[in-house]
Design a protein around this ligand. Structure first.
Ligand code: EPZ
Length: 416
């Protein structure tokens, strides 16, 4: 079990390069299943989840070559239409092979992703949408067995906004017979990035980024080149770390237009933000002010930034309310932050944080990806040493985080 040792109390200064977005790269890698030609990707992040997705696709027969941030995927010879439990249980995004396999091969056997730390994470909306497109779906022995000679276009209304639900059905519809309309679709930038990759592959998609997406199915798609968009959650995480620790940092290869809500909240906390092209600078030379956040689907405040803002609120001036409306159990970081001395009360999906002048370092445990980022932020701001345990969660979604933080002046090292 690897751990991070953090000496708190140091400000963050300098430049940090933002990597490609995990939650765009994962569905886009699955899109390679939709054709027999090569999909060439650039700006692919070096993350454990990407490595897991690569192994999953390779065991199906996808030929994958990587060279740094570049990845070439070719699904010319698919021998297996299955996503086994041992791979799906560690990475829920594996469910994203379901739509493409069904669209191109007419069959798929995908393990039901179990729940995870932040919630039960059902996939009923994925299944309901595919059934509306004519798929016959049996669920037995923990697997989704889907079959369909050829999917048919349909009008699908999402009862809940679902990011991967929208992505799965968009990929399925790309090769269905006829027109599919996705209503109450997710508007996340990662959905738009997938759509632009599919369009480059020959798909006919309109309205990605809005809540109504229209897809006219094509008989065949072809290879393409696509550059993965920057990771807005990695960007937000570094900005919050600097706002909590103090200092002056500049993100490069970033995009401010997909972070508007987060940037506004940071300015509310007292940070000075400057945007110029693909750089975002943040300067914070005083204790942050506490800010209220309420998570909701994009373009509202992202649930993936909730834990990070809670960490900042623990040392902010004043009290704040954090309301989590997306997942039913996304406050796992609260108990760990309390071990550092944080004053947090939780009632249902609402947490009230009373900022204190300083936290005291301690040994704490990561429980899920974004919670672990929250613990690192708190450790950077706390006095003394903080040890964060179970950081395999962190490695799933943050590329070389201790190297990037060390380069900004943080006193952080990995203990093997
Ligand atoms: C995606 O998860 C992201 N993962 C999550 O990021 C992110 O937190 C989440 O969207 C919300 O923005 C990837 O893109 C790989 P949802 P996803 O379907 O698609 C319920 C991270 O940190 N729901 O939008 O699984 C669900 O339980 C990860 O990178 C159903 O009820 O989330 C949740 O309450 C964590 N039935 C809500 O909808 C379904 O069929 C939103 O979930 C699907 C979802």
């Amino acid at each position: 079990m690897q751990r991070l040792a953090i000496q708190g109390g140091f400000s963050l200064n300098g430049e940090v390069g933002i990597s490609g977005a995990k939650n765009a790269a994962l569905p886009i890698m699955c899109a390679s299943l939709l054709c027999g030609n090569t999909l060439r990707l650039d700006n692919v992040p070096d993350l454990n989840d990407i490595a897991t997705m690569r192994r999953l696709l390779q065991q199906m027969g996808v030929a994958i070559e990587s060279n740094g941030k570049q990845m070439a995927l070719s699904a010319a010879h698919i021998g297996k239409l299955e996503a086994p439990y041992d791979m799906v249980k560690t990475m829920r995004a594996a469910i994203l092979v379901l739509g493409p396999l069904l669209a191109r091969f007419g069959e798929a056997l995908v393990s039901l992703p179990g729940g995870c730390a932040i919630g039960s994470r059902p996939v009923d909306l994925h299944i309901k949408g595919l059934q509306a497109m004519g798929a016959e779906i049996q669920i037995e022995h923990g697997y989704i067995h889907a079959k369909c000679k050829r999917l048919k276009g349909a009008r699908i209304f999402f009862d809940l906004v679902s990011v991967t639900g929208t992505e799965n059905l968009m990929m399925a519809a790309a090769m269905a017979d006829g027109v599919t309309v996705l209503e109450n679709a997710a508007r996340e930038p990662e959905v738009m990035d997938l759509a632009s990759c599919l369009i480059a592959m020959g798909a006919c998609i309109e309205g990605a980024g809005s809540d109504t997406i229209t897809i006219t199915g094509r008989d065949k798609l072809h290879g393409a080149n696509h550059c993965i968009m920057p990771d807005r959650i990695e960007s937000g995480t570094f900005l919050v770390a600097a706002a909590a620790s103090g200092g002056n940092i500049t993100l490069t290869d970033a995009r401010a237009d997909i972070l508007e809500n987060v940037l506004e909240k940071l300015q509310e906390a007292g940070a000075v933000i400057n945007v110029s092209g693909s750089t975002i600078s943040l300067r914070m030379n005083k204790r942050p002010l506490a800010v209220n956040v309420r998570t909701a689907p994009y373009p509202a405040f992202p649930t993936d930034m909730q834990a990070q803002f809670m960490a900042m609120n623990t040392i902010a001036e004043g009290s704040a309310m954090v309301v989590e409306t997306i997942f039913e159990n996304r406050f796992m970081h609260v108990q760990e932050l309390r071990r550092l001395g944080a004053q947090i009360e939780v009632e249902g999906n609402t947490a009230v944080i009373k900022g204190c002048a300083q936290l005291e370092g301690a040994t704490i445990m990561a429980t899920d990806l974004r919670a672990s980022a929250s613990l690192v932020i708190a450790g950077l701001a706390a006095q003394g040493e903080t040890i964060v345990d179970r950081i395999y969660h962190l490695d799933r979604g943050y590329e070389h985080i201790e190297a990037k933080l060390s380069a900004l002046g943080a006193q952080i090292r990995r203990i093997r």
